[in-house]
Ligand binder design. Structure first.
Ligand SMILES: [Cu+2]
Length: 147
């Protein structure tokens, strides 16, 4: 009976040890909770990066050219924005010129388009125009406002 009791005690001890060793991996998975905090912090950092990106955003516009006007004839961006203009000519023979930012499209005929890109590096109100012939004098102008 004594031996039977000792064997029972050993079995109980082994059982208890196995339970504790099972808790071991369980508690180590709790410590792996702290690594899961790290991705959360990384996500927060990515969030701030995304906000930084909107500061110097790419602003895309389609500007149509015709005899003798631009549509739209005004648009507004923020200082530091990269401005991407798709100049589409719908009528006649025109281009898009903006001297302050050294932005000038190809001179294109109806049905063609040209893409130009520049950084709006200073605040102010700037005139864009068509540099073909007397189109500028005929009113083919528009205004870019940089805030
Ligand atoms: Cu023109």
């Amino acid at each position: 009976m004594m031996i039977g009791g000792i064997v029972l005690l050993v079995v109980v001890l082994i059982g208890a040890f196995m339970l504790m060793s099972r808790k071991g991996p369980a508690s180590s998975s709790q410590t792996s909770n702290s690594p899961t905090l790290a991705p959360t912090q990384a996500a927060i950092q990515e969030g701030t990066k995304a906000e930084e990106k909107t500061e110097g955003a790419i602003k895309s516009f389609e500007v149509d050219g015709a005899n003798f006007k631009f549509t739209p004839s005004t648009f507004t961006v923020n200082e530091g924005d990269t401005v991407k203009i798709t100049f589409k000519n719908t009528q006649g023979f025109h281009n898009f010129s903006l001297d302050e930012f050294n932005a000038k499209s190809k001179t294109i005929s109806a049905g063609q388009e040209d893409v130009l890109q520049f950084v709006a590096s200073k605040k102010g109100t700037f005139q864009y125009y068509c540099a073909v012939g007397t189109h500028k004098a005929m009113g083919m102008v528009g205004t870019l406002t940089v805030n």
